[in-house]
Design a protein around this ligand. Structure first.
Ligand SMILES: [Zn+2]
Length: 335
């Protein structure tokens, strides 16, 4: 894979004992040093215009002033320092790079993965929250739409938390499909199965809130039975994966049971969907708070694109997952 990476993202300092630290990127880099075919690309920070294409001017001004003033606690979870402004613009810039690179560049081994932080998927148009300041995946999607590089973009969010911010940005839009698999009841408590979009966006939001304890086969079941037919119908030019690794069974902040192999399997199935629907695929880092499991998850995505075939599980999904998938197929009229 080609990894978008910038040292500027390390300067976003959240202080002691915060789970979202620069060590996350360092651990990913360390994990990737043992693999071959890894290439790093530095990207320019996003422009203010690209940010305000999905965020309100007033919020962007407020954040810039907050950082210039030294930062602090934006809210109890979301901490900024002076360098956060530049890191957040850079993180968004890396995701723009990934989206453009996917559409322009070679597929397969050259598939791009933006390793930025702060993460983005909780950032709503007018506020930072959940460790996120700018919605990197949303900025990337809007950039390629505004640039005429794509007519329709899909975002698939496999982070264990619901990407409420990404959903909010595109909830009434027919040109962006947002799909999330997340742990039911976890922060920020949005992403109910009934949230399917509104107006022109009705039917272009898909939420699978799986029960705590769900694992590889449950995620794969939703991907194969709901996401695949939904994207086949939506026909995106680009598929952005909001790739968090906090659904891992050893992640400290969730109760899901995805294995490292599960991330390889999800990657493999997502790649197949991309090929089947004719969409290029780009990966954008979201959460993942166990340093070892985060590094392993990213490595699994890379290895899958580097030619490793993951081992398919031989068990089936939980009955609760099957019920959710059936419900979604009927709500989105996929049957
Ligand atoms: Zn998360």
């Amino acid at each position: 894979m080609r990894f978008g990476y910038s040292e500027r993202c390390l300067a976003h300092d959240t202080g002691e004992r915060h789970p979202e630290t620069a060590d996350r990127l360092r651990a990913i880099r360390r994990g990737l040093t043992k693999r071959h075919g890894v290439e790093y690309v530095e990207a320019a920070p996003a422009s203010r215009d690209a940010i305000v294409a999905v965020h309100d001017d007033g919020y962007v001004d407020e954040l810039e002033a907050f950082c210039a003033d030294g930062g602090g606690n934006w809210d109890p979870d979301t901490v900024a320092c002076e360098d956060t402004w530049d890191a957040a613009l850079t993180s968004a810039g890396l995701s723009q790079w990934a989206a453009r690179e996917a559409l322009d560049g070679p597929n397969g081994r050259g598939t791009p993965f933006a390793l930025g932080r702060p993460p983005g998927h909780h950032a709503v148009p007018d506020d930072a929250m959940g460790f996120c300041f700018f919605n990197n995946a949303a900025v990337a999607a809007q950039t390629v739409l505004d640039g005429g590089l794509a007519e329709r973009v899909a975002i698939f969010d496999w982070d264990v938390h619901h990407g409420n911010g990404t959903q909010d940005v595109f909830y009434d839009r027919g040109d962006v499909f947002y799909a999330s698999i997340h742990e039911d009841g976890l922060y920020p408590a949005t992403g109910a199965i009934s949230e399917i979009g509104t107006g022109d966006g009705e039917g272009t939001t898909l939420n699978a809130p799986l029960a705590a304890g769900a694992g590889d086969v449950d995620f794969l079941h939703v991907i194969d039975e709901v996401l695949a037919p939904a994207l086949d119908r939506f026909d995106p030019d680009l598929l952005i994966v909001s790739a968090g690794f906090d659904a891992h069974r050893h992640d400290p902040i969730s109760r899901m049971r995805v294995s490292s192999e599960g991330y390889a399997l999800m990657t493999d199935h997502v790649r197949t969907i991309g090929t089947d629907v004719g969409a290029d695929v780009a990966y954008v880092l979201e959460g993942g708070y166990g340093l070892d499991t985060l590094a392993e998850g990213v490595s699994m995505v890379h290895e899958t694109y580097d030619g490793r075939t993951p081992i398919e599980p031989d068990d089936g999904p939980d009955a609760k997952t099957e019920t959710i998938a059936e419900d979604l197929r009927s709500r989105l009229d996929l049957s």
